[in-house]
Design a protein around this ligand. Structure first.
Ligand code: SF4
Length: 166
C-alpha cells in the first residue's frame, strides 16, 4: 500500500480541513493508499517512509523546521500545500514590518513565547519541494489530482491562482 503523510506546520489548518472535505474521493483513494500520518485527523500515526508527504503551513518555529527536515528525508515526493507553505502566508508579512519582539508585544503583551519563533519561511526555503499547490486554502480537487498524477507517474501541473478563491 502506498503511504501518504499530511503534515501541518504554522498555519490555520484550513488546507488540512479542505483535504478532509474530499470525502468521497478520499474513500476511493483509501483503496489505493494508506494515509499513515495525519495528526489533525487521526490518532494512530506512523512517521515512517512516505511516497508523498503533503506539508501545510510556513516554517515559523524551530519545531516546524525539525519536522519538515525529517519529513523530507522520509518522503519520495514532498508537496507544499496552500499559500503558507508555498509563499510563507500572511504570517510572513511581518518579516519586514517590525521586529519579532515588537510583534509579540503587540499581539501577546510579552516578548517571548514558549516556542522558539523564527522568521516565517516558505517550505521551499528550507527543504527541496517537488510540487506546490497554492491557494488559501488549496482547492481540494488539487489534492486529489496531485495524488492521482504522482501515483500514475505523471508530473502534475498546477496553475498559479490568487491567494484567495471561492
Ligand atoms: Fe490556512 Fe490559508 Fe495557510 Fe492554508 S494557506 S493554512 S487556509 S492561512
Amino acid at each position: 500500500m502506498v503511504k501518504i503523510g499530511i503534515m501541518g506546520l504554522t498555519g490555520c489548518s484550513g488546507c488540512q480541513c479542505e483535504i478532509l472535505n474530499c470525502e468521497e474521493a478520499i474513500y476511493r483513494l483509501i483503496e489505493k493508499v494508506e494515509i499513515s500520518y495525519f495528526p489533525l485527523a487521526q490518532d494512530n500515526n506512523s512517521f515512517g517512509e512516505f511516497e508523498i508527504l503533503f506539508v501545510e503551513g510556513s516554517v515559523t518555529t524551530e519545531e516546524d523546521e525539525r519536522k519538515v527536515k525529517e519529513g523530507r528525508e522520509r518522503a519520495k515526493f514532498l508537496v507544499a500545500v496552500g499559500s503558507c507553505a508555498c509563499y510563507g502566508g500572511v504570517q510572513s508579512q511581518r518579516n519586514d514590518e517590525a521586529s519579532l519582539e515588537e510583534m509579540l508585544l503587540a499581539v501577546y503583551g510579552r516578548k517571548e513565547l514558549p516556542v522558539k519563533v523564527q522568521k516565517p519561511r516558505a517550505v521551499s526555503e528550507v527543504v527541496k519541494v517537488d510540487y506546490e499547490l497554492p491557494g488559501c486554502p488549496l482547492d481540494k480537487r488539487q489534492f486529489v489530482y496531485a495524488v492521482a498524477s504522482i501515483l500514475n507517474g505523471v508530473k502534475p501541473f498546477f496553475p498559479k491562482i490568487p491567494v484567495c478563491h471561492e
